[in-house]
Design a protein around this ligand. Structure first.
Ligand code: ADP
Ligand code: MG
Length: 294
């Protein structure tokens, strides 16, 4: 067993003496591509980790896997190896900077759509080990709504829709929100407004989408946070070092940290740490993904 696997096992062993955590599966998506999903997901994960949360990032963007590139690590095994029962959870979990955990999807999410019963049982026994041990499983998706992404979204506990103030990004985001809301009226969707030139532009963008969703879909659409257009993001991508680590004082980093502080404050008010035992987490996610939304 590798040192890393050893560390992960002892982490879980230690954790198992503590009360179970309310694990939540949060998927990050967008209508239009290139709006900043992967950068947001990674830096959001790092910010949550810095606040003492246990986070696993799952890269579901088949063919364009880029979270690993953004961190400068090369995954050896992917979710696809796990589904084929050629690897266990410890072998597909990579440790990124500051202890953030990462799983490359590979072709795994595609294969999830067609798993057989034996594979499903193994999948649940493996990924199910995250249940109660990690606070958040964050899934980064590709842009747009294919069959696979829709299933992912419908199976998640929460959906973050990243959108920029560009009119094309807004209309594409709305189209995606509409499809999800029609299929699953109980879906918990939240907006992340990215690349704004001013706070006012961010608020206006959020308000525009919120009003249309309320009026035409009867859907509540809160905003998780607003992030500025910041040249540090593109620099960080080129250096393959997440901006939250290389430039914690940048505007982009400060906005992410503020968003996280507000989110965690809200979660404490609602005492989200308690498991409600129902409808949440990794096992429910797999059940919905594989069985329910066929
Ligand atoms: N807040 C931001 N400020 C400036 N540029 C950004 C910001 N977010 C994303 N970008 C730029 O957009 C590019 C695409 O981001 P990425 O996270 O890969 O998008 P997606 O995952 O949605 O395709 C990045 O390489 C970066 O150059
Ligand atoms: Mg991406």
């Amino acid at each position: 067993m590798s040192d890393q696997a050893e560390r992960l096992r002892s982490l879980v062993a230690k954790r198992s003496h503590q009360p179970a955590i309310n694990t939540r599966v949060i998927t990050v998506t967008s209508g239009k591509g290139g709006v900043g999903k992967s950068n947001f997901t990674l830096n959001y994960a790092l910010g949550l980790t810095a606040q003492g949360k246990k986070v696993v990032v799952l890269d579901a963007d088949v063919g364009f896997a880029n979270i690993d590139v953004l961190m400068g690590i090369k995954p050896k095994k992917t979710l696809a190896d796990l589904i084929r029962r050629e690897a266990d959870l410890w072998e597909i979990l990579e440790t990124g900077p500051n202890g953030v955990q990462f799983i490359a999807g590979g072709s795994g999410f595609q294969e999830l759509l067609e798993v057989r019963t034996e594979e499903y049982d193994y999948l649940v026994s493996q990924l199910g080990q995250l249940q109660g041990q990690v606070d958040y499983v964050l899934i980064d998706t590709g842009a747009g709504l294919n069959h696979q992404t829709l299933r992912l979204l419908l199976a998640s506990d929460e959906i973050l829709v990243v959108v920029t103030p560009e009119p094309t990004a807004i209309t594409d985001a709305y189209a995606l929100i509409k499809t999800v809301a029609n299929r699953h009226p109980e879906a918990k969707l939240k907006l992340v407004i990215n690349r704004v030139e001013s706070a006012a532009e961010g608020r206006e963008t959020a308000e525009k989408i919120r009003l249309v969703a309320e009026r035409f879909l009867d859907l509540k659409l809160p905003t998780l946070g607003i992030l500025p257009d910041d040249p540090i993001v593109s620099k960080a991508v080129r250096r393959q070092t997440p901006f939250l680590l290389s430039h914690p004082d940048s505007q982009a980093s400060r906005s992410i940290l503020k968003l996280i502080q507000e989110q965690l404050h809200g979660e404490r008010l609602h005492d989200m740490s308690k498991t409600d035992g129902q409808g949440h987490g990794v096992k429910q996610f797999l059940h919905r993904m594989v069985r329910l939304f066929r």
